[in-house]
Design a protein around this ligand. Structure first.
Ligand code: DLL
Length: 433
């Protein structure tokens, strides 16, 4: 079902008119209220009144995560604190967290975007939603929570962790939809199987998974193990949280960006030029309705491309391809660019191994080495050594063929790679730069 039929199916021309008006309002507002943006626009010699068409967007300066850090904690807020009703933060791997605020209207907007997202997955007011995204400063838990309530579904605020209890709830409360990171979905599936529950025994029908990159192969695996239809949901706390874009269950080919609230662009991360339609590069967002923390041309570091072809679901919003990785997650191993998702798709094609893996990068002398740890199932692990070695060789060969990089592949015991209740840690880079 399309939750907001009027906006989600707006013809392009009408949509662009809405976008331009909202963009102009946003630029005027940030220029007047956020000293950082006044300075940036002055430096670039641009006045808010210079934004006369959507083409003018590319004249505006970028915003980076570093800019948010430099203005920590509240320097980027465009409204007085008394109008801010919620604060979230993303932890980030280094340094201070990135802090974001929401006005009451921002929370309403966000709830609507989640209601749209859940609807795109197939969820209706008659569904029971088991929400295992973490509650707290992370936007996943509370973000999904409010949107599910707005939709009128029955929401179970389980949050992450305590997997045994999660399984009990999944069995006894009869949830029809599951929301969590894809890696945790897989973990829940395994735990359910261990508890002797067969895929068809749970009442799940829909999954809305995101917060980290995952491949098509991983989708198939989760759908089979949990007997549900899974869509990908994307977002980032700086821009809003989950619900910036979502796949529709009709096509499951690319995530519709809620373009009446966010304008996406794809740039070359090195030269910063805007790339033509369909080209792959770094995703950039401008928020055009946010009150508390509007962002102009925020560089996400996520790598994807935009698809403007019409979609069978009827939504007119542009689709972004599944994110293949982050430009800062990209490993450069002996000069070769490697994304964890590329390795994942090699592994997923092999039925002998489990979808749990970790990449470990070391530097020996001047040489980078890549070790791929992959779990195998109980039955395979107890097989003879020669058989295991043959599998390791086959994986290494497939990685070499696809990526042109040599890897040491090590099969490890079932359950030996740490499970995460939120985002999985796929890479351990021990090199010192
Ligand atoms: O992860 C928001 C979210 C929560 C999205 C729950 C979806 C579901 P942050 O913690 O700020 O926000 O992390 C944002 O996570 O820039 C991407 O690199 C990555 N990411 C989020 N969703 C996806 C996805 C939330 N569907 C960062 N596919 C983003 C790939 C994703 N990467």
């Amino acid at each position: 079902m399309i939750y907001n039929i009027e906006y989600e199916t707006l013809p392009r021309e009408a949509l662009e008119a809405v976008q331009l008006r909202r963009l102009q309002e946003t630029v005027e507002r940030v220029y007047a209220t956020v000293p950082f943006y006044k300075r940036k626009l002055d430096e670039a010699g641009i006045k808010p009144s210079d934004i006369r068409s959507l083409q003018d967007l590319k004249r505006l300066p970028f915003t980076t995560k570093q800019d948010l850090r430099d203005n920590y904690p509240y320097g980027m807020f465009a409204v007085p604190m008394e109008n801010v009703v919620r604060i979230h933060a993303s932890s980030g791997t280094t340094g201070k967290p990135t802090v974001v605020g929401y006005t009451a209207r921002d929370l309403q907007t966000w709830a609507e975007l989640i209601a749209r997202s859940l609807s795109a997955a197939g969820v209706t007011s008659g569904d029971i939603v088991h929400n295992s995204y973490g509650y707290g400063l992370f936007t996943g838990g509370l973000g999904i929570h409010q949107g599910a309530e707005l939709l009128g579904a029955s929401l179970i605020p389980v949050s992450g962790g305590n997997t045994k209890r999660q399984i009990l709830i999944m069995k006894d409360f009869g949830p029809t939809a599951l929301t969590c990171t894809p890696s945790y979905a897989l973990h829940l599936a395994e735990a359910a199987a261990e508890a002797g529950i067969k895929p068809g025994e749970l009442s799940l029908k829909y999954g809305v998974f995101g917060g980290e990159p995952w491949t098509e192969e991983m989708r198939k695996e989760i759908e089979a193990k949990l007997n549900l239809s899974a869509v990908d949901i994307y977002g980032l706390s700086e821009v809003m949280g989950p619900g910036v874009s979502v796949e529709c269950r009709e096509a499951k080919q690319g995530l519709h960006v809620f373009e009446d609230h966010f304008i996406p662009e794809i740039i070359n991360p090195v030269t910063q030029e805007v790339l033509p339609n369909g080209a792959q590069g770094e995703l950039v967002f401008t928020s055009i309705t946010k009150e508390a923390c509007p962002l102009i041309r925020y560089r996400t570091r996520d790598i994807t491309s935009l698809d403007r072809r019409p979609c069978i679901c009827g939504r007119t919003f542009v689709r972004m391809r599944k994110v293949s990785g982050r430009s800062d997650d990209m490993l450069i191993i002996r000069g070769v660019n490697v994304f964890p998702s590329q390795i994942e798709s090699v592994l997923m094609e092999m039925k002998e191994v489990e979808p749990h893996y970790q990449l470990v990068v070391n530097r020996e002398g001047t040489l980078d080495t890549l070790t791929v740890l992959v779990e195998v199932g109980e039955s395979v692990f107890s097989d003879e050594v020669r058989y295991l070695q043959a599998i390791e060789k086959k994986i290494a060969k497939n990685i070499k063929e696809l990526l042109g990089v040599s890897a040491n592949v090590k099969l490890v015991e079932p359950k030996s790679i740490a499970r995460s209740e939120g985002k999985a840690q796929r890479v351990i880079d021990n090199r010192k730069f």
